[in-house]
Ligand binder design. Sequence first.
Ligand SMILES: O=C(O)CCC(=O)C(=O)O
Ligand SMILES: [Fe+2]
Length: 197
Amino acid sequence: MSSAIRLIAEDGELDLVEGFLPPAECAGLGSRLLGELAWHGEEIAIFGRRMAVPRLLCWYGDPGAVYRYSGVSHEPLPWDAALAGLRDRIEAFTGRSFNAVLCNRYRTGKDSMGWHADDEPELGERPFIASLSLGAERTFRIRHRRTGKTLDVPLRDGDLLLMGGALQSCWKHCIPKTAKACGERVNLTFRRIVQPG
Ligand SMILES: O=C(O)CCC(=O)C(=O)O
Ligand SMILES: [Fe+2]
């Protein structure tokens, strides 16, 4: 495992740990999560029309770690063993604690996540979020809200991306669609819900 590389140091911190998980572990773990987790689609209302979110997702965590996304409150599913094992390792590495994980599954290059910040009230001020990627490489794009400064970070199998400080209030991020041939990707964002609601 390599050490963290600081990618952003102003108005929040963004750190990348390339190969946090060794390649030998990634393939098995990726297919286990694809098979085991309770993947489902979601819809969001945009201008009164219901639209399918362009990816699959699921939410696991401690009882009470309720999270509101796509306009709906989500009760967590109880920790899956593979997810709990990863949580423990990421907690040991970062010295932070997490009580829930949002899992996103990008089936093809057409699946994506639009511009957003993880700044929901239940994450509290200056949330610390650890994001583990498995499977196909995708680009994580981050843009400063005021200056427009933009950075593209390739996220590969086994990489761990850490977001902290004021990052969510000063920057937005997304996973753009790609026209490149690309396999499935799973991303796990470990979070701490501080204010159940
Ligand atoms: O898939 C990714 O790498 C990003 C996921 C993300 O931004 C989120 O879950 O909030
Ligand atoms: Fe995010």
